[in-house]
Design a protein around this ligand. Structure first.
Ligand SMILES: C[S@@+](CC[C@H](N)C(=O)[O-])C[C@H]1O[C@@H](n2cnc3c(N)ncnc32)[C@H](O)[C@@H]1O
Length: 305
């Protein structure tokens, strides 16, 4: 595991399915690759170490802190990469100039979905049940919607729907009712307020904390993760050269379902071939070493004309 030292902190984010990503993504060592979810730059570093001196990498992320950390990490490859702050849902607009100048220019694009340890482990970002922080959960700190606004402002029916659809939470209606009742006394401000509200009312069954699904649902809604994924995959297709590949690592069934359906629709419309008939999962060794990898699924599609 490579610790990434920054100005005053150290983050350890082990890139998931690293060898499998490189093996399936890098088809031409002189090509241009996009890491659409740069994070702390673990996958990007491996791509740069694999491609030739003529090969190039573009890294995008909507979190400026992640971009700053990755920029430091990738310094040994200076001159061969470029980092851009962007939401991947708009990739074809972000790279409109390049597209206009040379047509589809990417040999491969990677989406490693979700959050990195930078976001998950930092209490002030508000993602983690076990670190007390503000109910924030924004990947893009300039986005107007926070988890705090959702829990304190959304009507009960909308909260129920969110917990049911994004959290697949069976107790959605009850949790939404508890949130609405609690906020009438006092707004919910911190991860601890929300965590305690749920754990005091729902018994723990199994390994998961009873608020896990609520936290996941809020994160998905705050960052519009599912809409971004669909639009991001459709958007990237326009930038891909024939022979180029898109690799996506997803971490839960809602994401994996979208990836599967979008790839299938690419294939049905012609010009694409699904490379992974079933998703690639981490080895037992990786799953044992890196618990975060356990739910990971890698799917790959190739543009063939
Ligand atoms: C799991 S991390 C990537 C980790 C990276 N592969 C590594 O090895 O360090 C996911 C990253 O994607 C970013 N992200 C998620 N959704 C995004 C979106 N729609 N547009 C741009 N970046 C996004 C997050 O900010 C986060 O930094």
């Amino acid at each position: 595991m490579t610790p990434v030292a920054t100005m005053d902190e150290e983050y350890t984010h082990e890139p998931v399915l690293l060898n499998e990503v490189i093996e399936h993504l890098v088809t031409d060592k002189d090509g241009t690759y996009l890491d659409a979810t740069l994070g702390l730059g673990g996958h990007a570093e491996a791509v740069l170490a694999t491609i030739s001196a003529q090969g190039r990498l573009i890294g995008t992320d909507m979190d400026p802190q992640a971009l700053a950390i990755a920029a430091e990490r990738l310094q040994p490859f200076a001159g061969r990469f470029r980092l851009v702050r962007a939401n991947f849902r708009n990739l074809s607009q972000t790279f409109q100039v390049e597209l206009g100048a040379s047509g589809p220019f990417l040999t491969g694009a990677l989406f490693d979905l979700g959050v990195s340890s930078l976001q998950m482990d930092k209490a002030s970002r508000g993602f983690a049940i076990n670190h007390e922080g503000p109910l924030d959960m924004r990947l893009d700190p300039d986005s107007p919607l926070t988890a705090e606004r959702i829990v304190n402002e959304w009507p009960e029916e909308q909260l129920t729907l969110l917990l049911r659809e994004y959290g697949e939470e069976r107790q959605a209606q009850r949790i939404a009712r508890w949130i609405v009742a609690a906020r009438q006394d006092q707004p919910l401000r911190t991860t601890r307020d929300l965590k305690e509200l749920i754990e005091q009312r729902l018994p723990r069954t199994g390994r998961l904390h009873p608020a896990t699904k609520t936290f996941m649902a809020l994160r998905i809604a705050v960052n519009q993760e599912l809409e971004n994924l669909t639009r991001g995959l459709e958007s990237i297709a326009a930038l891909l050269r024939p022979g180029g590949r898109i690799a996506v690592i997803s971490f839960h069934s809602l994401e994996d379902r979208i990836v599967k359906h979008v790839f299938r629709s690419f294939e049905e419309h012609g010009g694409y071939r699904i490379v992974t008939a079933s998703p690639i999962c981490p080895s037992t060794e990786e799953a044992g070493r890196n618990p975060r990898s356990r739910s990971a699924k890698l799917r790959v599609v190739e543009r063939n004309r």
